[in-house]
Design a protein around this ligand. Structure first.
Ligand code: HEC
Length: 255
């Protein structure tokens, strides 16, 4: 078991596309987990590479408590977490050079465990342009109580906007096609083509590491996603300035 763990280490580093770019902690692979029923204390997270982002499902024994997220994996410290890689076809066939060679993308699974809280940088080290990595996957490790709190937070639907700007922004979101591709739980937007945006504002980065998640980049992303990430499936959407301001104001409330 020990040996298998060590063998899994280089695989994990390749998977994360980074040689341990970590803040305040250390993620290490544990014993490879079974792909079927998980052990009692093992948390199971399913991950699917999309064009060009990560769809993430957190599995709870009670199905109603499952969570869907994107582009980040949140884990508790001190507990083995089995990551099952699903539906890699989309990314494997496209310009994810070299990635599909690794067995973990071919429907495999692996187990990680973080000893200390911190943010671990991973993902497919893509080489689109100028060496900029896209399709990153951050792993955020929380102490167990904070993790339980985070889980409850993520379970909640998006709070209804109260400020006039955000109310207007929600109308823009629901009327300009965003809801054809995105889910915001608590609204009529339930599509699954793109990342779930219910708690989008709590994410650290935009579009799987394409840019920091802030107001300026968010407007730039909506108006011209391909300048930040060539080949992305997100279409450019042209909006009058006031609508864009309101839309971005609304998206910023989705904590
Ligand atoms: C045709 C489908 C489609 C439409 C329409 C669409 N999006 Fe997207 N969106 C996507 C996809 C796919 C991604 C992931 C792209 C990537 O990372 O390569 C995405 C990503 C995003 C992200 C980044 C999410 C994250 O987790 O970082 C935001 C924010 C976003 N879209 C907002 C919008 C808004 C606002 C609109 C409407 C003005 C919109 N989208 C319309 C498909 C769509």
């Amino acid at each position: 078991v020990r040996r298998a763990g060590w063998l899994a280490l280089p695989a994990l580093l390749l998977l994360t596309g980074v040689a341990a770019l970590q803040v305040g902690g250390e993620a290490r692979p544990g014993a490879p987990g079974p792909t079927g029923a998980a052990r009692d204390d093992v948390l199971t997270i399913d991950v699917a590479g999309r064009r060009y982002w990560w769809d993430v499902w957190y599995r709870d024994p009670v199905a109603a408590r499952n969570i869907r997220g994107a582009n980040e994996i949140h884990i508790p410290t001190g507990r083995p977490v089995e990551i099952r890689v699903r539906d890699a076809g989309g990314s494997g066939r496209l310009r994810i050079r070299g990635l599909h060679r690794f067995p973990w993308l071919a429907g495999g699974s692996f187990t990680i465990e973080a000893n200390r809280p911190g943010v671990y940088r991973g993902g497919a080290a893509e080489l689109f342009r100028r060496g900029r990595p896209v399709m990153e996957l951050l792993v955020v490790a929380h102490p167990p109580e904070q993790y339980a709190h985070w889980w409850e937070q993520q379970l909640r639907p998006a709070a209804a906007p109260t400020q006039p700007l955000a109310v207007h922004g929600q109308q823009v979101f629901l009327s300009t096609g965003c809801s054809l591709c995105h889910t915001i739980r608590g609204t009529e937007a339930l599509a699954k083509v793109g990342p779930d945006l219910t708690h989008f504002a709590s994410r650290r980065e935009l579009a799987a590491g394409a840019a920091p998640n802030n107001r300026g980049y968010l407007s730039a992303w909506i108006a011209a996603p391909h300048t930040l990430k060539p080949g992305s499936f997100m279409p450019a959407i042209v909006l009058p300035g006031a609508d864009m301001t309101a839309l971005v104001g609304y998206l910023e409330t989705l904590r």
